[in-house]
Design a binder for this molecule. Structure first.
Ligand code: FMN
Length: 301
């Protein structure tokens, strides 16, 4: 009932771990699959060279979510092969998330992650907190198109483009990625935001601004999925503020084939994937449906 297929990849349920949450180590990824019940796991975004990330504090909790600016801290692609090997012991598809500062970096890292055995590549063109990486590409139709095109030349795996609602016209970006050969769209990444400390009178985060995530961005993410799914023929993966089965169902109705969960892990623990899957199943049963596929895009018709 919960099984879905995404670009030829079978998921035992439609919940996936979003990039950047528990995704830096193979052991943590494996635990999300085995104990947490996720249908697939996405790694932390990996780049060409190791990065320490932004200075502390890197995360602040606000009403309805988090603002974080980890700064793409990661060990670099050369060190990541062992982590992928361990993550794969979780027995669910592993999606390698890639960021870069230019097209060549995206392509080189994607090609290496393919060699390490990931099942698909997710291109992070959504991350808003590191200068000319991530969202720098996702704000522009031309640059998004070019990243996808260059990566598709070098890998045979399915390629997901992860977009940002910070782009002026996210639907145009999604279409540019589809034209360039993207196999799926993930929408959305964290949104640029900030918080100021009333005692010091200064921004709280070391990086001053960060990415807003959690329930407070859900209505924006849902709107993006709805608008994108109406215009593209490739699958859309919903992401942003999903913490319950009801949230996930809203995304399916808006046209998503699967959902990613990040900040929700903070609220409901690592087993949130099991809990959300069970809640989706209850919704389907109570409403007379026999599969997730049956409700995908119903709000669009
Ligand atoms: C602490 C933290 C780190 C993140 N790191 C990444 C990352 O490395 N790559 C990426 O594509 N997205 C990253 N994200 C964004 C999430 O994958 C997700 O798109 C966003 O948080 C919205 O989903 P959520 O509300 O379920 O958290 C990060 C988010 C958080 C909270």
């Amino acid at each position: 009932m919960l099984e879905v297929e995404l670009c030829g990849i079978k998921l035992r349920n439609p919940t996936m771990l979003a990039s950047g949450i528990l995704g830096t180590s193979g052991a943590a990824l494996k635990r999300v699959a085995l104990s947490g019940g996720a249908g697939a796991i996405v790694t932390k975004s990996i780049g060409l060279t190791p990065r320490e990330g932004h200075r502390n504090p890197t995360v602040v909790e606000i009403n309805g979510g988090l603002i974080s600016a980890i700064g793409l801290a990661n060990p670099g692609y050369e060190e990541f092969g062992d982590e992928i090997r361990v993550a794969k012991e979780g027995g669910v598809p592993v999606i390698g998330s890639v960021y870069g500062f230019n097209f060549g970096e995206y392509a080189a890292v994607a090609e290496t992650l393919q060699k390490y055995g990931v099942d698909a590549i997710e291109l992070n063109i959504s991350y808003p907190n590191v200068g000319k990486a991530g969202a720098f590409f996702g704000y522009s139709e031309e640059l998004s198109h070019e990243v996808v095109k260059e990566v598709k030349k070098r890998v045979s795996l399915p390629v997901f483009a992860k977009l940002t609602a910070g782009a002026g016209d996210i639907v145009a970006i999604a279409k540019a990625c589809e034209d360039a050969g993207a196999d799926a769209i993930t929408a959305i990444g964290a949104l640029r935001a900030m918080k100021i400390d009333l005692i010091t009178g200064k921004p709280i985060l070391g990086n001053e601004v960060g990415g807003l995530s959690g329930p407070c961005i859900k209505p924006i993410a849902l709107r993006c999925v709805y608008e994108i799914a109406r215009e593209v023929d490739i699958p859309v993966i919903g992401c942003g503020g999903i913490t319950t089965g009801e949230d996930a169902v809203e995304f399916f109705l808006a046209g998503a084939r699967a959902v990613q969960i990040g900040t929700g892990v903070l609220y409901r623990g690592i087993t949130i994937f099991k809990k959300v899957s069970q809640e989706i199943k209850e919704y389907l049963e109570e409403n007379g449906y026999s599969s997730v596929d049956e409700i995908v895009g119903l709000a669009l018709r």
